[in-house]
Design a protein around this ligand. Structure first.
Ligand SMILES: *[C@@H]1O[C@H](CO)[C@@H](O)[C@H](O)[C@H]1NC(C)=O
Ligand SMILES: *[C@@H]1O[C@H](CO)[C@@H](O)[C@H](O)[C@H]1NC(C)=O
Ligand SMILES: *[C@@H]1O[C@H](CO)[C@@H](O)[C@H](O)[C@H]1NC(C)=O
Ligand SMILES: *[C@@H]1O[C@H](CO)[C@@H](O)[C@H](O)[C@H]1NC(C)=O
Ligand SMILES: *[C@@H]1O[C@H](CO)[C@@H](O)[C@H](O)[C@H]1NC(C)=O
Ligand SMILES: *[C@@H]1O[C@H](CO)[C@@H](O)[C@H](O)[C@H]1NC(C)=O
Ligand SMILES: *[C@@H]1O[C@H](CO)[C@@H](O)[C@H](O)[C@H]1NC(C)=O
Ligand SMILES: *[C@@H]1O[C@H](CO)[C@@H](O)[C@H](O)[C@H]1NC(C)=O
Ligand SMILES: *[C@@H]1O[C@H](CO)[C@@H](O)[C@H](O)[C@H]1NC(C)=O
Ligand SMILES: *[C@@H]1O[C@H](CO)[C@@H](O)[C@H](O)[C@H]1NC(C)=O
Ligand SMILES: *[C@@H]1O[C@H](CO)[C@@H](O)[C@H](O)[C@H]1NC(C)=O
Ligand SMILES: *[C@@H]1O[C@H](CO)[C@@H](O)[C@H](O)[C@H]1NC(C)=O
Length: 419
């Protein structure tokens, strides 16, 4: 019965594990950054914005039931109608996407010291049966929100946290928002004005009260990064292999921003030497991300160094390097593997989360991972750990029972004596 129990508990934990894994693997929240730099007639920047959003639309079907659809993949995006504004009209961002969606935000100048994000409108076309199947045809529907966020002039508004705007039929989510209207002298400000949710580090109340959209407990949408295959060539063919999903975690002003690296928009370079190997990635946002591998004791390799540099929204550059790391240690001639999420901590402000990792920076033959048993991370070893823990727990229980029995016997023995 004990053995059965052990296996039952082990089996249950395995089912739970695969269930959790499938659930995690299935989570997919596409993140889609929109970016716009508007220039005035003199070709200097008047407005800058970069942000992510999605929409959930609730609609009525022909038989009076409710359905909903979430729009997060925008397809082709145009910004027609976005204007710098003039004396009569304020600046405006207008976005068209998908089939028949449009989104608009306009800004107003308040006195001489502040501007506000005045109103946001979102329109959709329920006549489109591919997006709104079975919808009762109501044509174009527009929802208008008035968030009234007030920002000092010549400062860029930043809100990495998730903001939600709710109306009867539409729930709008916004995150990773950076926007500055009324840009002065064509230079986007380096001074950030944080929304209250990003600004948890400072306890001093801002002089101008900002009204943020209703808070929610939902965390910033964050998907698992796509797994990329990163190869480095040398004159003799492929000399470094890396397969991994990369997620960067950058902490600035006590706010963490998480960036997933998209493999197919990332450039790969590198080099291989007998004692060191370099993998260098870059993209439109990442100036460079370098992984330097080294050989130790002539029989093992490891990740020794990470150099990272990224362009910030305000035009400055965030750089960090650490050449005293010790991760991904494995014998030369084999590869290092870790399927679970693992964190490479480069500094307090910069971490790399890796997923489905496999690397072989040395001794690559014919462009393939070595068939020698890969070194697996300890995190992947809990398949062995679970029965050990269960077993240890049960042995502990048996010992407790035995001790209790012995104590019980002693007591009754003592009892007999007094009698
Ligand atoms: C209403 O329509 C939906 C889908 O079109 C269908 O699943 C549901 O069964 C329908 N309800 C009734 C009462 O006909
Ligand atoms: C947006 O502008 C582009 C060219 O600037 C034009 O081809 C397109 O038709 C316009 N779209 C709309 C919806 O006006
Ligand atoms: C903002 O846009 C709305 C339409 O969405 C318009 O009615 C309003 O006049 C605009 N406000 C400003 C200040 O431009
Ligand atoms: C709404 O969608 C329908 C079907 O796709 C289309 O025929 C109609 O022209 C659209 N309406 C507008 C105002 O774009
Ligand atoms: C813009 O330029 C004017 C004159 O060149 C200068 O007085 C002003 O301080 C500048 N403003 C900013 C925000 O740099
Ligand atoms: C840009 O923003 C970052 C993060 O908020 C800040 O540390 C940096 O000092 C800013 N750059 C400049 C030039 O102000
Ligand atoms: C490396 O070589 C492979 C073929 O051997 C080629 O497909 C690939 O484009 C090369 N990559 C680089 C970065 O040169
Ligand atoms: C990012 O880093 C911060 C600070 O180190 C940490 O609190 C947070 O959990 C990290 N997020 C992820 C997704 O790794
Ligand atoms: C990048 O990959 C995604 C998903 O795999 C795909 O939808 C997209 O078209 C690709 N983009 C490019 C530029 O290849
Ligand atoms: C990577 O850097 C190279 C050289 O600096 C540049 O030409 C290339 O466009 C960059 N790649 C991406 C995807 O930005
Ligand atoms: C990484 O950065 C450090 C310091 O900035 C520099 O000395 C080193 O050469 C860089 N490593 C590589 C491989 O570029
Ligand atoms: C490198 O790291 C080790 C332990 O991780 C530490 O003992 C050592 O002092 C570090 N060296 C430098 C130069 O930071």
């Amino acid at each position: 019965a004990f053995i059965f129990e052990i296996y039952y508990i082990y089996y249950r934990s395995m089912i739970l594990k695969s269930f959790l894994y499938i659930n995690l693997g299935a989570v997919h929240v596409p993140s889609y950054a929109l970016e716009l730099t508007l220039k005035d007639s003199g070709n200097s920047t008047c407005l800058y914005a970069k942000w992510q959003m999605d929409f959930t639309v609730y609609y009525e079907t022909t038989n009076k039931t409710q359905k909903n659809v979430t729009i997060s993949d925008f397809g082709t995006v145009t910004y027609n109608g976005s204007i710098c504004g003039d004396d009569q009209n304020g600046p405006k961002i207008a976005v068209q996407f998908g089939s028949g969606f449009s989104w608009m935000v306009n800004f107003t100048k308040m006195a001489s010291s502040h501007y506000s994000i005045h109103n946001i409108s979102f329109s959709y076309n329920t006549s489109d049966k591919t997006i709104f199947p079975d919808a009762e045809d109501k044509g174009i529907i527009t929802v208008l929100e008035v968030p009234e966020i007030t920002i000092p002039l010549n400062e860029i508004f930043r809100c990495n946290s998730l903001s939600t705007l709710k109306s009867n039929n539409v729930v709008q989510h916004y995150w990773d928002v950076h926007v500055q209207a009324f840009v002065q002298n064509g230079t986007v400000s380096t001074k950030e004005f944080l929304c209250s949710k990003d600004n948890t580090s400072t306890t001093v109340a801002p002089t101008i009260h900002t009204t943020m959209p209703s808070p929610t407990t939902k965390p910033t949408p964050k998907e698992r990064p796509e797994t990329g295959n990163y190869l480095v060539n040398s004159t003799n063919g492929i000399c470094l292999l890396a397969t991994m999903g990369l997620q960067l975690n950058i902490t600035q002003d006590k706010v963490a921003s998480v960036i997933n690296i998209k493999p197919n928009t990332t450039d790969i370079t590198g080099s291989c030497q007998p004692q060191t190997a370099l993998l260098r990635l870059n993209s439109s946002t990442i100036k460079y991300l370098e992984f330097v591998f080294a050989v130790k004791n002539e029989n093992r390799f490891y990740l020794k160094e990470v150099n990272f540099s990224m362009y910030l929204v305000n035009g400055s550059v965030f750089s960090i390097a650490n050449d005293n790391l010790s991760y991904w240690d494995a014998p030369l001639g084999s590869s290092y593997m870790c399927n679970k999420e693992q964190t490479v901590s480069v500094s307090g402000a910069f971490q790399i989360n890796t997923f489905d990792l496999r690397v072989q920076p040395f001794n690559v033959m014919e462009g393939k991972y070595s068939t020698a048993t890969a070194q697996e991370c300890s995190l992947d070893d809990d398949t062995i750990l679970i029965p050990i823990i269960v077993g240890a727990g049960l042995s502990g229980l048996i010992i407790v029972i035995v001790i209790a029995y012995l104590i019980g016997r002693r007591k009754s023995y003592v009892g007999y004596q007094t009698l």
